[in-house]
Write a protein that binds this ligand. Structure first.
Ligand code: UDP
Ligand code: MG
Length: 321
């Protein structure tokens, strides 16, 4: 049997007033249930609720949870996004094992038991992977599929359908937090830390309360960030494209020249053959500059070394008593 260990559960919350009163008690009761299990050596747990700059009553609810169930509340100074909110929670987590889970509990909490067992048998990472996506919209399912295919094409090693439901040992967490880049792409970095990882499959549930907080804009930003954090393949693609177009145009020029010299056809220069390549090349150039710009922008953001999040307030049960 493993030595008794402690668990910190990090829950990012953004405008979740409709959700938290339903989900947090469920999460708390589930974890409390684990304390009494024979096959789990969990000694104690703490729920860390991170308010990612909500504009509704989320923070007031979190404050109440610190009193009612002894949770820790972390208030960020503004909305920093899901990934950074999670990192903020992780930065204060000091238990032996740390779990991250969305506040809507769309990720099946019953998988936590298996994750803890994976940890007890020596894994440093237990990665939740969605077996099915519940009633996620057609759009969400397919954009996700396309995204994983794109990442694979770009040579980034991420685990399809693994989002941010995962368990990490304190050792893995330290290794993660040693990555200093401002834009930390957790889904890519964590599976590649090199520690022993186990994949835990679960069925994704439907969000019961409130709306998704991942707008199309946030999804796109996560996707672009994932690609540019993990691979220079797009830049290489641009270079290859440039060379190909150049070689092609040389061949074409050669062909036209030969035709002029030997076929002796009086070719009247056509409108289409002048204008179309211009448009084509113009479009291509702008596209390529866009890709390069994406990377340059990333360098710009990284060199500033700005903090990933700013904590405005931290409260725990101890502060209130
Ligand atoms: N979230 C956050 N900051 C944001 C957007 C979302 O902390 O800017 C949280 C949100 O409260 C939830 C989790 O991230 O706990 C996942 O968001 P959501 O359930 O809306 O995403 P989906 O499941 O639709 O991908
Ligand atoms: Mg959700």
């Amino acid at each position: 049997m493993a030595d008794p260990y402690s668990l910190d559960v990090v829950v990012p919350c953004y405008n979740e007033e409709d959700n938290l009163p339903h989900t947090i008690p469920v999460l708390h009761d589930y974890l409390a249930g684990l304390l009494t299990r024979e096959d789990v050596s969990l000694a104690r747990f703490r729920i860390i609720l991170v308010d990612d700059g909500s504009s509704d009553r989320t923070w007031q609810q979190i404050e109440a949870f610190t009193r009612e169930i002894g949770a820790t509340g972390l208030k960020l100074s503004r909305n920093y996004g899901h990934q950074n909110a999670m990192l903020a929670g992780l930065s204060v987590a000091d238990a032996d094992v740390v779990l991250t889970i969305d506040s809507d509990l769309q990720d099946d909490i019953n998988a936590v038991l298996e994750m803890l067992k994976a940890y007890q048998s020596g894994a440093d990472l237990a990665l939740g992977v969605r077996r099915s996506r519940g009633e996620d919209s057609f759009f969400k399912k397919n954009t996700a599929k396309g995204y994983y295919a794109l990442m694979k094409l770009m040579g980034a090693q991420i685990i399809p359908d693994h989002a941010d439901f995962r368990l990490m040992s304190q050792k893995a967490l330290k290794a993660l937090l040693a990555h200093e880049e401002t834009n930390l792409f957790l889904r890519g970095i964590i599976p590649n830390l090199g520690f022993r990882a186990e994949v835990i499959k679960y069925d994704r549930q439907t969000r019961e309360h409130g709306e998704t907080k991942y707008t199309l804009r946030k999804m796109l930003s996560l996707a672009v960030n994932g690609v540019t954090s993990f691979s220079a393949a797009p830049l290489r693609f641009v270079a290859a494209l440039g060379i190909s177009v150049f070689v092609l145009s040389m061949l074409l020029a050669f062909w036209f020249l030969m035709e002029r010299l030997f076929v002796a056809k009086s070719t009247v220069p056509g409108w289409a053959s002048t204008v179309l390549p211009l448009l084509w090349l113009g479009g291509l150039q702008i596209f390529c500059m866009g890709i390069i710009g994406e990377y340059v922008g990333k360098i710009y953001l990284e060199v500033k070394r700005r903090p990933r999040f700013i904590i405005d307030e931290e409260i725990s049960a101890a502060d209130i008593m």
